[in-house]
Structures are given as structure tokens and as C-alpha cells.
Design a protein around this ligand. Sequence first.
Ligand SMILES: [Zn+2]
Length: 314
Amino acid sequence: MPIVRETPYFILQELSEGVFAAVAKPGQGAWSNSGFVDLGAELVVFDTFNTPSAAEELRRQAESLTGKKAAYVVNSHYHGDHVFGNQAFGDAVIVSTRTTREWFEEKNIMGDPEEEQKETAAYLTGLQNQISAAEPGIRRESLINQHLEMEKLLADLPRLKMVKPALVFESRLTIHGAERRVELHCFSGHTASDAIMYVPDAGVLFAGDLVTENLHVPVTDPPAFRAALEALAKLEAETLVPGHGNVGTKELLPPMAGYLDLLIDSSRGAASSGKTVEEFISAFQVPAEYHVWRGINGMERNLKTAYEFFALQK
Ligand SMILES: [Zn+2]
């Protein structure tokens, strides 16, 4: 896949004519992947990174490369690392599911700027302490990356604005352009609502955080997440852009499915056997293949949320 441009925040790859992925460079303020599609007369952008600075660079690159204007922006879900750059596209129509907009309103609240800066600075100090105490290895590297990304956010905080989606949909939305269409499909599992963008004529799937590469991505509803992966496998997508990690193919799906299967089988069994969550987690042997996955909480957080999910179902 040809790299068309490299910026301080991300690497742009053209996946098919007029279909671009913006792959985040670690620790530089983008934090998650984004992308954009030339619809013929205008662009649709998928996700806006963690900082306005990274998003402004995305807009500059997208519009200069194609000579077209960003008319639509899709927010895959409400997490900050995918939506805090929305303000760079203030004149575009920002689209999400209804549920994502509700969570956005509830969770993404910008308080008093000075207070926000103090809180973020305190969080950074806490991270620094964890880094100092951590053994060398993947968890320490994840903490360092988290620290770098949060430093970039802190630098942008004085001008950060929360720009909410304006147009909402329930389960499906198609955007028809002059030359091609994109489809938005709603699933859940990573959050209460996770949208993907599918470009049928190019066979490209922008998956948001339903697909990540070698990452203990947060799971809130394990069976729903597993079902979403099943549905994504059925789309005729040759190229898959994950929320975090490198652009790939459907080969990204089986490791995710295996991870979900393990979470589901082990935590459902533990929750119904009467084991406490502490007993379950302390006895759990994390398979070696997941020791190299990134994430500041390793597998532990997902074991806990999966256990609690199934304990509630009893
Ligand atoms: Zn996320």
C-alpha cells in the first residue's frame, strides 16, 4: 500500500483510488486511526483523532490531496481519541449514531479550562509514577505512550471545544456522493454503540475500535462484540482499517474473535460457578500470545468487565 504522505501525526496511505487511511504515529497526538473517502464532489472523514492539532493536519492533507472539501465527518463512537478533533471540521456535517451522541453529551464535557488542565496534569503525574514503578516490557511501553498522548492533549486543552454530532442515525445510513457511496453500520460491544464505515466499490472497511491490532481494547459487552466481528467478516472488504494498529485485511478478525471467545468462555464459567471476581482473575493464566498485546491494564480490566457482565445475567 503506497504511503502518500507522512506528517508529524500520522501516515497517509491510499488504499484504493480516493480512499485513504491516516494511520496514527504513536505518542504524537493522533492516538487512533482515521481516514477519508472522496465521494466525487466532496469528502467524508472517518474519526478525528485525539487533538484538534492532529485533526487540523488531517483536514489540510485531505483537502490538498484531493482538491475537495470535507463535507461529512463520521464519529465511530464517543471516545475522545476518536472525536476530540471534531472542531477542525466545524463546518462539516458530523454524523454518529443516536446512542453515540447521547454518550458524547454525557461523557465528553469540557469544564473550566484551568480545572481541566490541573486534572490532566495530575493524571500525567500519576502515570509518571506508574512508569517509574513498572518493570521494563510492553505494559511500561503502553504507559509511556499513554503519557505522551496525554501530554499532546494537555497542550491543546486551552483551545479544545466539544463539537457534537449534528446528524444521528439508528442502525444504518448511506451517504451517496456523485461517484460513490459509503455505508455506515451500527454495532456495539466496545461501547454501547460502535459504527463502522464500509466503502463497497473499493472493498474498504473502516472498523473503529471494533477491530484493533494486538491491543487489549476495552470490551463492554463481550457477546455483542463477538457478534459484531461475525457481521464484519461477512462484508466484502479486502482492506480493513483498525481503530488502532496497522492497516490490514480480514486476517485482523480471527485474533480478535479468539480473544473475545476466551473472555466469554472463561468469565461466563467463573460467574456461574460462584467464584468471586478476585478469585477468577488471580487464578486466570493469560495465554502467552496476549503477553505482547499493548494496553495499560493488560487483560485484567477486560476479565473484570466480562465477569461483571455475566454475573449480571445470572
Ligand atoms: Zn474506543
